[in-house]
Ligand binder design. Structure first.
Ligand SMILES: [Zn+2]
Ligand SMILES: [Zn+2]
Length: 240
């Protein structure tokens, strides 16, 4: 549905770069100049996805993950959450710029496919859910939109109904401490359709931005209480 919507937008409009507004060739709607200049994440912790900045051996874990590994197995982002990615993600989420969501998700899809070359891909994509009130006011779940693009280009099915957010919590960004963030999300999520997860041993959890990891950790812990599975987190952008 999302893909068809984008296709119809593309047919109706000239293809312009989502960053600079100039004419963009290629499928990503990012012109060559902007594509070269977009910030990139390199040399990240293989567990939590944070940039290592050359402090540790490539492919290793950051000190925090060595001391206390997260509840998921890996976290990979397409971009660091810096300018202009922060504004692009905000335009996608808060101004329903599906062309931007599509273009950023295509970059993520390329990374996703490259990551699993020679190894098994996840069997199922699960978008981090929104509470029905927020879904109602925004009109769409950005994580579900990202999943649609990944499903299309990575050939992995999405379950949009397995996870549900049952409490309309405060935005995590407004919480001052790690304890407050954890408390805010306690019992906020539930698995709605357990049968959809039966036999699935490798899940990809999809979000737009991973910041403190509280949301992804909470959901990963909940999923692991239900069944033994590998969980890889994928997001458009990761805070540094
Ligand atoms: Zn451009
Ligand atoms: Zn780490």
């Amino acid at each position: 549905m999302f893909y068809e919507r984008i296709q119809s937008i593309r047919c109706a409009l000239p293809s312009t770069c989502i960053v600079c507004g100039q004419v963009a060739d290629g499928e990503h709607s990012i012109c060559n100049d902007c594509g070269c200049e977009l910030p990139k994440l390199e040399d990240c912790c293989r567990r939590c996805g944070i940039e290592l900045n050359g402090r540790l051996v490539k492919g290793s874990c950051c000190t925090r993950c060595q001391l206390s590994p997260p509840a998921f197995d890996s976290c990979t982002a397409a971009f660091p959450y810096v300018s202009p990615i922060d504004k692009l993600v905000a335009d996608f989420k808060f101004s329903a710029r599906f062309d931007i969501g599509y273009s950023l998700s295509r970059v993520l899809a390329c990374r996703f496919n490259a990551y699993y070359i020679g190894t098994a891909k996840p069997e199922l994509l699960l978008p981090v859910p929104l509470h029905k009130n927020r879904l109602g006011s925004r009109g769409f779940n950005q994580a579900s939109e990202i999943c649609n693009v990944l499903s299309e280009y990575c050939a992995v099915a999405t379950s949009h109904s397995s996870l549900i957010k049952i409490q309309n919590t405060q935005p995590q960004i407004s919480m001052s401490s790690a304890t407050a963030r954890k408390k805010n999300l306690r019992k906020a999520f539930a698995v709605r359709q357990l049968d959809g997860l039966t036999g699935v041993t490798h899940i990809a959890l999809i979000d737009d931005v991973v910041t403190t990891m509280t949301t992804t950790q909470t959901i990963s812990r909940m999923l692991r209480e239900q069944q033994d599975c590998r969980i890889d987190v994928w997001c458009l952008a990761r805070t540094l």
